[in-house]
Write a protein that binds this ligand. Structure first.
Ligand code: NDP
Length: 269
């Protein structure tokens, strides 16, 4: 144990939180860089009903960094002293830095989307079908439109798809417009379809071809969507890649060091 009174505390807050991989991932990174005496990363369950008192407490202490997961990414925003412009545009904060009591909010989720995609292809002028219009979809929409791709948004509640399309630029469609999804170069699922019921998929297998890149942001298991995409010969990106790359960007914000990707990836595997 190398923790001392000088060790900076980082944490992830959420409710529930017990399933989080973030403490293992960040602490493995600190250890690999021999900075595990300078930083420690824990998880705290914080109810949505007590988020205001949590933030007040954080300002009053020297907690260094706070990662936010469900349901806090939007809820924390009114309590922060400053929000960077990317997080403002996305409309969600997943990373908070405490600068001597001044809390500054950032968003690294969009990098979690962008980095694995750009490892496979350039996004310039690509047609991207975004399935879903919730919180995760906003980070995807920002990443995609920022890189000159054309955005097609498909959602069960069409009004939410329309709002997102107006905000980020793109076209909204109902979820059942599978023939249009099929015409995209890249298909990204940000719905929770396939998360709990592993037999569910947001897109029937027959619409997937070997020319597609299929990204499912659900993590923890390989979804039916990705299994079927593999069968069709498509390139796939697992949800844990998003988790990894948003975490690597957070690591840099918390410590100033480049994150040790191989070590942190190993934890997620
Ligand atoms: P939200 O609740 O904000 O959005 C959920 C989305 O799923 C909405 O578009 C909703 O449609 C759609 N949806 C839910 N159930 C159904 C259904 N039965 N049929 C069709 N559409 C459905 O959730 P988030 O965006 O925060 O999270 C979505 C997923 O992304 C989760 O599985 C989460 O774990 C994952 N995620 C992964 C991350 C990573 O790092 N890999 C990071 C963040 C999230 P509607 O608008 O009609 O309700």
């Amino acid at each position: 144990m190398r923790i001392t009174a000088k060790t900076k505390i980082c944490m992830v807050i959420g409710d529930p939180i017990e399933h989080s991989f973030s403490p293992q991932m960040h602490n493995a990174g600190y250890k690999a860089l021999h900075i595990d005496n300078q930083y420690v990363y824990i998880a705290c369950r914080v109810s949505i009903h007590t988020i205001d008192s949590f933030i007040k407490g954080a300002k009053a202490t020297n907690i260094h960094g706070i990662s936010c997961t469900m349901p806090h990414k939007i809820a924390v925003m009114p309590y922060l002293d400053e929000i960077d412009k990317v997080a403002k545009k996305i409309g969600a904060v997943n990373t908070i830095i405490n600068n001597d009591g001044k809390l500054v909010g950032y968003n690294t989720d969009w990098l979690g989307v962008l980095t694995p995609l750009e490892k496979l292809t350039s996004l310039q002028n690509k047609k991207v079908a975004l399935i879903g219009a919730g919180g995760a979809a906003r980070a995807v929409a920002y990443a995609i439109t920022n890189k000159g791709a054309k955005l097609l948004i498909f959602n069960r509640t069409i009004d939410k798809a329309k709002t997102l399309a107006e905000e980020f630029g793109g076209t909204a469609y109902p979820l059942n417009a599978a023939e249009i999804i099929n015409n995209a170069d890249i298909i990204i699922n940000t719905t929770s379809v396939g998360l709990h019921d592993k037999k569910e998929t947001p897109l029937p297998q027959k619409y997937i071809t070997k020319n597609h890149i299929i990204f499912d942001v659900i993590y923890g298991h390989e979804t039916r969507l990705l299994k079927e995409a593999k069968k069709q010969g498509a390139q796939i990106i697992q949800g844990r890649e998003m988790l990894l790359y948003q975490g690597l960007a957070q690591f840099k914000l918390y410590t100033g060091h480049d994150a040790p990707e191989t070590v942190m990836r190993k934890v997620l595997l």
